[in-house]
Ligand binder design. Structure first.
Ligand SMILES: Cc1cc2nc3c(=O)[nH]c(=O)nc-3n(C[C@H](O)[C@H](O)[C@H](O)COP(=O)(O)O)c2cc1C
Length: 161
């Protein structure tokens, strides 16, 4: 079946998501990370989450081989962090940024509205992406409002009338 990829992307973009930065650390101690919106909860017992990583990503081998990764759900005031981890060169993404090493050394970014520190539990083929399943070993949350992504644009939360 021949699907129009631009129309497909636009239809998928109707599914509003949050925005997160997923991070890990390479064996030499170098922090790596990228912006994602493919994050989803999978299971509460056991506590599993998933996200997908493009096979062309510079971070592919780091996330395939790490013991842990951390998912920082971005707050509405963190558009700059989202843009930074989506487009700035990989070696400059953590420059001047406030973060602390979490489980397995995976960087936890300051200022998010939730953090999930995960054991790298399983990986599955997913077309041009790799699906990573994480087992949540520690988490935290704040009351900050989340950053949203819809129709290819950042959005904020608004209550329905
Ligand atoms: C809102 C948003 C969501 C994104 N979601 C994903 C995603 O789920 N998976 C992915 O691999 N890339 C995603 N990207 C693209 C990556 O952030 C981007 O390609 C990044 O430059 C990859 O860097 P790397 O090649 O150094 O890993 C997203 C970008 C944005 C702005």
């Amino acid at each position: 079946m021949n699907l129009d990829p631009i129309a497909l992307r636009a239809a998928l973009g109707q599914y509003a998501t949050g925005v997160a930065v997923v991070t890990t650390v390479e064996p030499d101690g170098n922090p790596v990370g990228l912006t994602i919106n493919s994050f989803a909860s999978v299971s509460l017992a056991p506590p599993l989450v998933l996200w997908s990583l493009g096979l062309a990503s510079n971070c592919l081998s780091a996330f395939q081989n790490c013991s842990h990764f951390a998912i920082t759900v971005l707050a509405a005031d963190q558009v700059e962090i989202s843009n930074r981890f989506a487009s700035v060169a990989a070696q400059h993404r953590f420059t001047g940024l406030a973060w602390t090493p979490g489980l397995g050394g995976a960087p936890v970014l300051d200022g998010g509205c939730a953090v999930f520190e995960c054991r790298n539990e399983a990986r599955h083929a997913g077309g041009d992406h790799l699906i990573l399943v994480g087992r949540v070993e520690r988490f935290s949350r704040s009351e900050k409002p989340p950053l949203l992504f819809h129709g290819g644009r950042y959005r904020g939360c608004a209550d329905l009338p």
